[in-house]
Design a protein around this ligand. Structure first.
Ligand SMILES: Cc1cc2nc3c(=O)[nH]c(=O)nc-3n(C[C@H](O)[C@H](O)[C@H](O)COP(=O)(O)O)c2cc1C
Length: 443
């Protein structure tokens, strides 16, 4: 029996797509994604499966990189077609669950530290210490145009702003000592003014006086999630992140990535074990290998090529409608967006020579993500192999459709992982930090 346990997070985008672009068309995709009960049901299921975390991805625009238009995103219900506000959705999930971690994606480029610190502190208080923040710097021109800019800041500038953003938010959460909120009605003393301090931050990007108008959150500060892939992004993750998402494609790449992040973290004076690296996988699970393969084929047919291509275009920051659709992805593209995705899909096209249209369909169907497809046993075998090889501390699951895909994971895969001693059978504490085995942060 293995002592160390996996950590499991579920990727949810509060819209039509999470794992597969045809997922919303699948017969087992039930419920109204514009209702609170839809997300509460997913949250309850994940908690029944003892998941660490439900995390909501987000961008702040409808992508229009493919052909300069959002048409494919909207028409085919692609990843960015509709996204509800993560914090609002998570508030409803918090009300329906007790232990599940609640991760909200919020951009440091298009928000202010004060409002973010306040909103996350509120979620952490009201959920009893379950808040996590997926820190993104954003990478799309269409997002810049929704916030008064004609073009994006460069990647280096975005990360410079993010570093200062984090310094300010941490100081705001620390602007109340843990014992500052007294609430003694007799004295009377609501909050001790000597234990609440201004921060007087004056920097390049932000001027913030403080203190925060919310007392210190139960976890000290919310759990930090990040997915830096570039050299600059990895340094940022190594400095701040406690959960790290990555889409490595191959086990060797994953091992190299995790080792790299752990040694970078040590250089920042951090304990490498305080970083949990969770590769994204797209599990397709069924009772038999044949049924799982049939389900994969069904999801493939449901994903329109232009749905996937429009999402790949925005992930890469490249308009893929400008290239011949019946040919392979051009080599050595200049990719301003997520370079990791490009390396993965370029490698795929080199290996199998698929045309751009087919690449779109495969990308949309989630087939370019590591395909953990099969029976609970074979999927658990691969997860165990990765875990024991030091490729990860757990996984972030991109489930193809809701809620049916979540039911399969919780009722078929999780019991198999638990039987092998790889996954918890009970939560072992009150807060998300307890669940992750991370220390509460001292002020
Ligand atoms: C699993 C995963 C989920 C991500 N979710 C989001 C998201 O919701 N919103 C977003 O703007 N970026 C998201 N990203 C992109 C990352 O924040 C980051 O920009 C990307 O990995 C590129 O890294 P770089 O900034 O070092 O170039 C995600 C990345 C990964 C791997």
């Amino acid at each position: 029996m293995s002592q160390k346990k996996l950590h499991l997070a579920a990727f949810v985008s509060a819209g039509p797509v999470s794992g597969s672009h045809g997922g919303w068309r699948h017969p087992r995709a039930e419920g109204d994604l514009l209702s609170a009960s839809y997300y509460q049901n997913i949250g309850r299921l994940l908690e029944e499966g003892r998941f660490d975390l439900l995390f909501i991805a987000d961008i702040v625009a409808i992508p229009d990189t493919l052909g300069g238009s959002p048409e494919s995103q909207l028409r085919y219900g692609a990843l960015g077609a509709l996204r509800l506000d993560p914090l609002t959705v998570l508030s409803f999930v918090a009300a329906a669950t007790k232990h599940l971690g609640l991760g909200a994606t919020i951009s440091t480029t298009y928000t202010q530290p004060y409002s973010l610190a306040r909103a996350m502190a509120t979620l952490d208080h009201l959920s009893g210490g379950r808040a996590a923040w997926n820190i993104v710097t954003s990478f799309q021109e269409s997002e810049a145009r929704n916030f008064g800019l004609t073009e994006q800041l460069s990647r280096d500038e975005r990360y410079a702003r993010a570093d200062e953003f984090l310094e300010v938010t941490v100081r705001l959460w620390d602007s109340w000592r843990d014992d500052a909120l007294v609430r003694d009605p007799k004295a009377p003393l609501f909050a001790d003014p000597t234990r609440v301090r201004r921060i007087d931050h004056a920097g390049r990007w932000f001027n913030v006086r403080g203190p925060l108008n919310v007392s210190r959150p139960p976890q000290g500060h919310p759990v930090f999630i990040q997915a830096g892939a570039s050299d600059r992004g990895r340094d940022f993750a190594a400095r701040w992140a406690e959960i790290i998402f990555v889409t490595p494609g191959l086990i060797d790449v994953a091992i190299e990535f995790r080792n790299d992040l752990r040694s970078r973290a040590a250089r920042f004076g951090r304990d490498p074990d305080s970083l949990k690296v969770l590769p994204g996988i797209a599990p397709v699970i069924a009772d038999t290998e044949n049924a799982a393969k049939a389900l994969c084929d069904e999801l493939y047919e449901l994903a329109h090529p232009n749905a996937g291509l429009s999402t790949l275009s925005y992930h890469l920051g490249v308009d893929l409608s400008l290239f011949p659709q019946d040919q392979v992805l051009p080599e050595n593209l200049d990719v301003p967006g997520v370079q990791g995705h490009y390396r993965e899909v370029a490698e795929l096209t080199r290996r199998s020579g698929v045309s751009l249209a087919e690449l779109g369909q495969r990308y949309g169907a989630g087939r370019t993500t590591i395909g953990f497809t099969g029976t609970p046993g074979t999927v658990a075998d691969r997860m165990q192999e990765w875990f024991e090889a030091g490729a990860c501390d757990g996984f972030m699951l991109q489930i193809p459709y809701f809620p049916g895909g979540v039911e399969d994971v919780v009722h078929l895969l999780v019991p198999e992982l638990q039987r092998r001693g790889l996954f918890r059978t009970e939560y072992n504490g009150a807060t998300l930090r307890d669940t992750l085995g991370l220390a509460r942060l001292a002020n």
